[in-house]
Ligand binder design. Sequence first.
Ligand code: NDP
Ligand code: 8X3
Length: 253
Amino acid sequence: MPAPHTVLVTGATAGFGKEIATHLVKEGHRVIATGRRTERLTALHNELGNALFPLTLDMADKATLRALPHSLPEDWRNIDVLINNAGLALGVTPAPDVNIDDWETMISTNISGLVEITQALLPGMIERNSGYVMSIGSTAGHYAYRGGNVYGATKAFVAHFMKNLRTDLLGTPLRVTTIEPGLVGGSEFSNVRLRDDAKAAAVYEGTTPLMPADIAETVSWLIGLPAHMNVNHLEIMPVCQASGGLAVTKKEG
Ligand code: NDP
Ligand code: 8X3
């Protein structure tokens, strides 16, 4: 895939997505930046200029997702790279006490929205014989932890959907990758999840977490790899993090 590319980044109003969009525009790519918060997309457009196309898009809006890319201006329709980044965790409440609406929101955003937009863009990529689908999974999709319940399961879905997609696309030049980060600060992820800014800040206290710029750098590196190379999945943690082993409960006395 020769540069520059047309890249669609979901969830570009904050965190990883905003950093990825900014990084890629500065590298000379054209970026469609999406999210629900229009004012943030407008600000990004004002900052980065016409190499960025702001598109207000709710990942729960299936009809709009299905109409892509034909609903875009003609010179933005040939999308080379899809970055499935939009997503969220809501709560760390153990399953019996959880608000089921939070589970539904995570499923509709992290799974349903992701599969809708991916399917909508694949025919064009196949027709042009060129394309890259990259999704942001999570270490939470591999390692179970208390309160991770549906969030972790949505990310396990993302990783496996991407593996199956790659199998379906074998014989085409399309590339498929899941990036699976661990602890990343500098985004709104924990503020959204914990609904409490002080608790969110405490998650990162005393750590040197990954930052959105690290994820953007990784995305850029992946896009620039030779066309015959496919990284299937890439797990990334900060040095201060490792998996924690299994839990055991013991009888008292
Ligand atoms: P942020 O909360 O900072 O950003 C999330 C982005 O997703 C926002 O731009 C938000 O836009 C968008 N989004 C959420 N819901 C919707 C929706 N219904 N429709 C459209 N856009 C939506 O989080 P991060 O940048 O940290 O997270 C980005 C991705 O990385 C997520 O998928 C997350 O699960 C994953 N991840 C995060 C890690 C971390 O530690 N931070 C680690 C591993 C993975 P808006 O609200 O404007 O719609
Ligand atoms: C975010 C990483 O460990 O907070 O996906 O679930 S974690």
